[in-house]
Write a protein that binds this ligand. Structure first.
Ligand code: URA
Length: 435
């Protein structure tokens, strides 16, 4: 062991609730990343952090140590750079709509995105619904494209914040994922290493999210905004409801079709409103008046300027531009089945977690890293919570391939659906903002 620190002393220190110095965090985290500190010691330390927590100063230092553990992207003199992150949801295709909106609004999005994780979808998987589209660009081309059309989007590089990659894998198997300072530092280390000056966060709250309560969501948002401030970045967070899926489509190609409809100004209201709200946060971070920002953001969905950026971006990364104009030609699985209302009344609940899991078992997500997925399967919400239904009327449509996973998916959806006699109170989509 070459670390200057005695690792058991550091584990003991956190176990007893004390605060680490930056140098101690470097000893632990960089020592682990270099392979000098073994898994079993970091596992014990992670559990001590889980049980004892971290101060805001400590969380910010941990983030900076992880951000500096590998390559850091230099976005150099790209104008008004902005990144966006969602803490993970079902039917959440906002990045596909928001990023070309931001480019059309004069901001620059040079961004890394992830693949689906468990029941939540990932932007890269959705974009791969376009045959030929690639998430791999050499750095020079990535930066040139961002400068040219304001939008370039690639897969997560494993050289960026490698400490997070190693720690995340260990947290996954030591029951230490759902720990606020560890989640906040994990997300923000990747955002800091990706180089954008401004970051807009969409913190999901509810049944289909990591954060189940508004209180937990607020605490996570505050922690991430605080980290950004300490690292001289502008970070703004919006807390949004993830009890039910966003929009009406869940599943890769289906979500791309819905995103294109939204870019044409014909999208579902909740999805459109969220994209406009996130665009306003990004423009407001650069000092724009919020009312003016909202008017400009809405205009990009009416005048096709966001749609044109999206087409240019798909083509620049090898996809077929004609599919943007004819999204009905994207591969959608031919099998259809429906889940019907068990009684007449109003849809009370369409559980986002059940819908996410249904897409997964139909083949639209991965059980294991690296597995191939079926972009064409998914679930459509024919009714949204709050809408009236008659007994026996279809509420959810499944798109399946040769019946794969169909019965399990149907059972999941039936379990996640409830109908009530009285109209439920409307739930706002945007629950709070932190900046
Ligand atoms: N997403 C991340 O990147 N890290 C976490 O710890 C949780 C969600």
């Amino acid at each position: 062991m070459t670390s200057a620190f005695n690792i058991p002393d550091l584990i003991r220190k956190k176990r007893d609730g004390a605060e680490h110095s930056r140098a101690e965090l470097e000893g632990l985290v960089l020592g682990y990343t270099r392979g000098e500190v073994p898994d079993y010691q970091i596992s014990a330390w992670l559990m001590a952090v889980y049980l004892r927590g971290m101060t805001p100063r400590e969380t910010a230092d941990l983030t900076l140590v992880m951000a500096g553990s590998g390559d850091e992207l230099n976005l150099g003199d790209l104008p008004r750079t902005v990144d966006k992150h969602s803490t993970g949801g079902v039917g959440d295709k906002t990045s596909l709509i928001l990023t070309p909106m931001l480019a059309a609004l004069g901001l620059t999005v040079a961004k890394m995105s992830g693949r689906g994780l468990a029941h939540t979808g990932g932007t890269i998987d959705k974009l791969e619904s376009f045959p030929g589209w690639t998430p791999e660009l050499p750095e020079e081309r990535f930066l040139a494209q961002a400068r040219g059309i304001g939008l370039a989007l690639v897969g997560q590089s494993k050289d960026l914040a490698p400490a997070d990659g190693k720690l995340y894998a260990l947290r996954d198997v030591t029951a230490t994922v759902d720990c606020l300072p560890l989640i906040a530092s994990s997300i923000m280390s990747k955002k800091l290493a990706s180089g954008a000056h401004t970051v807009v966060l969409d913190v999901k709250v509810g049944a289909g999210a990591f954060m189940r309560t508004l209180e937990d969501g607020r605490a996570l948002a505050r922690a991430m905004v605080d980290i950004g401030t300490r690292a001289s970045r502008l970070v703004r967070a919006v807390l949004t409801d993830m009890d039910a899926p966003l929009g009406r489509m869940a599943g890769n190609s289906l979500e791309v079709q819905e995103a294109i409809a939204t870019l044409r100004g014909e999208g579902p209201e909740d999805l459109t409103e969220l994209c406009v709200a996130l665009a306003v946060e990004a423009l407001a971070a650069y000092g724009e008046d919020e009312a003016q920002a909202e008017t400009r953001a809405r205009a990009t969905l009416r005048d096709s300027s966001a749609l044109e950026r999206f087409r240019a971006f798909i083509v620049a990364q090898g996809g077929e531009g004609t599919l943007v104009d004819h999204p009905e030609r994207l591969d959608v699985a031919p099998g259809r089945a429906e889940v019907v209302a068990p009684a007449s009344g109003f849809v009370e609940r369409i559980d986002a977690l059940s819908v996410g899991r249904a897409v997964l078992v139909l083949g639209g997500g991965r059980e294991r890293k690296g597995e191939a997925i079926d972009h064409g399967v998914g679930v459509e919400l024919l009714k949204k919570p709050g809408e009236a239904v008659a007994a026996g009327e279809a509420v959810l449509r499944l798109y399946h391939r040769d019946g794969r996973g169909l019965e399990t998916a149907r059972a999941l959806l039936e379990e996640g659906l409830s109908v009530t006699a009285r109209a439920p109170e409307a739930q706002p989509l945007i629950l709070d903002r932190v900046n």
